[in-house]
Design a binder for this molecule. Sequence first.
Ligand code: ADP
Ligand code: MG
Length: 700
Amino acid sequence: MRPPVLDPLFAPVSTLPGIGPKIAKLLSGLVGSQPDRDATVADLLFHIPHSLIDRRHRPGIAYSENGDIVTLDVTIGRHAAPPRHSKAPYKITAFDETGQISFVFFHPRRDWLEKNYPEGERRVVSGKVEWFHDKPQMVHPDYSLAPEEAEQMPPIEPVYPLTAGVAAKTLQKAMKAATGKVPHLPEWLDEAYLQKNGWPGFTEALRVLHAPEERQDLDPHSAYMERLAYDELLASQLALAMVRKHMRTLGGVSRAPEGRLQTAVIGSLPFRLTGSQVQAIKEINDDLAEPVRMLRLLQGDVGSGKTVVALATLAQVIETGAQGALMAPTEILARQHFSSMAPLCEKAGIRLALMTGKDSQKERRLRQEQLDRGEIDLVVGTHALFQGNVTFKDLGMVVVDEQHRFGVHQRLALSAKGQGVDVLVMTATPIPRTLVLTGFGDMDVSRLTDKPAGRKPIKTVSVSLDRLDEIIGRVGAAVSEGQKVYWVCPLVEESEKTDLAAVEDRHRVLEHFLNQRVSLVHGRMTADEKDAAMADFKSGKTKILVATTVIEVGVDVPDATIIVIEHAERFGLAQLHQLRGRVGRGDKASSCVLLYKGPLGETAGARLNIMRETNDGFLIAEEDLKLRGGGEILGTRQSGTPGFRIARADEHADLMEVARDDARLILEMDPELENTRGQALRALLYLFGRDAAIRLLRAG
Ligand code: ADP
Ligand code: MG
């Protein structure tokens, strides 16, 4: 149960002054609370200002620099009102001993302006100065106060990342009330560690960050920020460690069969395993043989051949009589895994089935019965499927493919599906070590470092969209030589409609100019339509596939040799790398064309350069981390580190390591979080939304 002392922090934001249901909703989107409920006061408090406005800055009109926020002590001059119904702005002149300025208002309310800018009187006005044709002006000043009211203006104001529809003043007011609600909480950090770092208490840190006095207070390395970042990291590491420990103590099953099925699977492959595939299979076999649960991450760049490793090791588990499951993030991928595994399974005598959200009720029921009777050895499906109420006769191992946002909750759901289920998470995204730690805790990691033999590096060029005609011509020539081509158009959520139009347009244009049928896949199509389009492309009925980024992860058409990525400047590095990995899977030379629309911004330019220079996923991930911070690597749009509100993978990597060790030590000394510090730590887990782990405790 949540400690009652936290109650005020878990009240919905709508209990704060000035926050109605509509703004509460906008705020919930802004501060990233869980989707099914309004943000809480705590959620709001973890929304830290990114900068501050210093209204003590009073340079005088003539010395105010363009773009500065200044406070001016002025005498109000003439009002120049535009004629009624004119769109022209309303202007008010004002002066001090250094010079003259115009205050500019659009859509003015005249009576309000006359009251707040009374002609001939002194006012204290604060806002942003802009120089325009050598004259200073201030558009919609933030404050205009009579000198005797001037202390109503806060000398320093925090500036929050905002969302449309929530005024800065509304947010500031709500924050002020929210900070007032923070109760006294017992310290959960080690006293000696606090002292050593010179960190303040939790409440103090929050209070200062929402009422900063210096810009440095908001620096990621200020004592206040580090304190909270560490709290967040510790909560995360502690939760991960608790889950891991729980999964281990549930006890695993030792599975060390003769290896007959595994040998059969490997034997029927049309190629030789790479050294690192062999190594990874051995590591996983060893895990399976141990009587503890496996929790392993299989990392390998796109095209490194993870699927085979998964199937070979699933075979071990199946040989012992248990069942296996493979979860894919999309329908297309689930089907693809199914069809590539089917022939191998058939040869080895593994009974394979596919389950997706698109199955009919009847099919679904049949599959479920077969699973319950143990007539299916291996089931491939989407994540959604496994979150539902699918049951197994004896589930022994689960493989989760390409899932970066695999949280504590899902892991718990999984562990409930069987006795001591072994878990293998596969990711093509080369996740730097710090992010492995944030996302997965100290999972064991196997890496596929070498590519299958005979692969040629992919030649990458970037070309301006102005040369579209030329590229279409070259694609036509390549196709008539028998090559296969992916053509990717971006799909940006905010404008899904127009982007859909763009992909359909491109499809039409290519069919028209190249005078042949072209396949099309996008997110709005039904599963059957997508399947049909993919199948045509795979079989060679069509030579060109136009797609939105639905093909981003995992799609495997080994004889495709060219990928054109339109609006490459809109994609992140990790995504570009994933997309490029769709080609270069066979033994033929492949190429990637990054079509960009200029002019390129600095970061976009840097990304395209990196793509041209290297094919190495790990290098790309490191560069990405430098360019953007952790967010993009895990494929999320947030600016910070995914799943974190304060801590940042790039800035707080060192704290992460400490938090991991700290979490381990805590659980060693007080495994049930029962002593005084343990109780305080429970509150910490709640505060940062990591409380699912508490249910695992005996006294939870
Ligand atoms: P990913 O790691 O991106 O999931 P896949 O498992 O989809 O990669 O494998 C990519 C392609 O490489 C598939 O067509 C697969 O059959 C093939 N492949 C896997 N291992 C090898 C190997 N050792 N030698 C040659 N081809 C391989
Ligand atoms: Mg794959």
